[in-house]
Design a protein around this ligand. Structure first.
Ligand SMILES: [Zn+2]
Length: 104
């Protein structure tokens, strides 16, 4: 995965075999943006970030764009996005370690 710089022109993401871009918002929502929705041509020098990207989950316009570099990377991302969210942070029965412990 390749983070796209803020000043990247639209043409930077051409010739990527039509792989979608990945947008991640400050709240870590992830969303795939199909390449065809970007309406970019090879001679497009307008900034990629000039398009009105927005997180669908929380509405934040502050998304960071990543270029997906291969079909297998896309598969892995789609799998990760399809997993149920609660699996990532299942409640634990163990008490959390006291962050202040050992400071005194
Ligand atoms: Zn969001």
């Amino acid at each position: 995965m390749l983070q796209l710089p803020r000043d990247a022109p639209g043409s930077d993401v051409c010739n990527r075999s039509g792989l979608p871009l990945l947008a991640i918002c400050p709240n870590r929502h992830r969303r795939l943006i199909p390449f065809r929705l970007l309406k970019i041509r090879e001679d497009d020098r307008t900034p990629l970030y000039g398009r009105p990207f927005k997180c669908k989950a929380c509405g934040s316009p502050e998304v960071t764009l990543f270029a997906i570099e291969s079909r297998s990377e896309l598969d892995a991302i789609q799998q990760a996005m399809a997993e149920p969210k609660q699996a990532a942070k299942a409640p634990t029965t163990h008490p959390r370690p006291d962050p202040d412990k050992g400071l005194i």
